[in-house]
Design a protein around this ligand. Sequence first.
Ligand code: AMP
Length: 444
Amino acid sequence: MHLNSIDKIPSFSGLSLDEQLVSAVKQMGFEQPTPVQQKAIPFALEHKDLLVSAETGSGKTAAFLLPTLHHLLTLPSKQSGTRALVLTPTRELAQQIFKHCQQLTEFTDLTTGLITGGDDFRLQQNMLRRNTQIVIATPGRVLELMEQEIPNLSNLEVLILDEADRMLDMGFSEDVLAIADSCNAQRQTLLFSATLTHFGVIKMADKLLKNHEIVALNTLHDGHRNIEQQIVLADDNDHKQKLLAWLLQNETYDKALIFTNSRIQADALRGPLRGQKLRVGVLHGEMDQKDRNRMMELFREGAVNIMIATDLAARGLDIKGINLVINFDVPRNGINYIHRIGRTGRVDELGLTIALVKHTEWNLMSGIERFLKQKFKHRSIKELEGKYKGPKKLKASGKATGGKKKVEPKKAAAEKVKIRHRDKKNIGKRRVPTVKPDVESTQA
Ligand code: AMP
């Protein structure tokens, strides 16, 4: 009999993973590997370096954890120090990966630790001294510990950079390179990024990866087929607030995530929405870690079903049941837009995302549509019809409501939007890499 005929339906056992890991994924309810898992795991099991682009919510965490755990289980080591290190941009994401890793290692003896800022330094030192095998960390705290010569990365077997594009945007480039420099040079490196169009990511891959394979599953332009994307025009922020409250009261959703561009705006929305008896929480980077954790827990459990968040706080969050994402402010660029809408429509779920767009944001929104090569559906709320209907010329042609008239070349040029990155003030003196939105590289 042809054994391959059985393997045609992708399965976790077909990936030749350790039985303990296969049992864990079964227990987690994963029936078959997602596309990124199917493509990346076999390469990673050959201990090759990898550069992987995958949509948020595609199952990428298990795509890098499973082969790493398999390697640690099947090639036990007598040497001291950390065996696998995952670097990720935010504390929330680190906690999420940590939990995922604990679930995947449930039937094994492998030990996992979490190293993030805002948590007890001494406990982390002790954890590292106990030779915890897998460490999930944010780069800043690892560097602080490195100054005390605590982490022993000289025998590291696998280094994973998760959400590398975001780590670079947040100014972690030098930190990541310094950490990679202190790791065993023979290690395997797996670099995961939402996009390969990021110049900084391409440069980092050049520096850190050896003879690597590329798994480019998504391009930015594939679209998120299970997410309906809408635009509602607004006159000003007051009008937006009314629209927001109406949508939250009239749409059907389990959990909703509202994005603002600043923490001040996030805080400002909480009171009025609570006044409408909505169960609202706020999550932003200026909150202390305990409050952030508490908020996340309330949202996860559903005690709070509406979360107002800034990009930093919401990056990479994987919370079940988010089926509505509202952009109260239009995000500053297409990449942030993708990350925001990626919080909904996770594996096999449907999602709705609505951007509230006022006249000063029209060009930015059009730039995002062009960047993604998509046109979003325009919707108006009858009860709260505003005056703003889009730019005059487009309004006359019906373009603002989905019409088809061509934009004159001059107008199109005027609409050209510069893709900007995070506020320099948030980045400190670190370098801001530029995105080249039209280059989709698959070159090593
Ligand atoms: P990630 O992209 O790693 O953040 O994963 C997004 C969500 O997909 C998480 O809730 C995972 O638990 C879930 N997930 C990962 N792999 C699978 C799979 N093979 N089948 C079903 N769900 C999965």
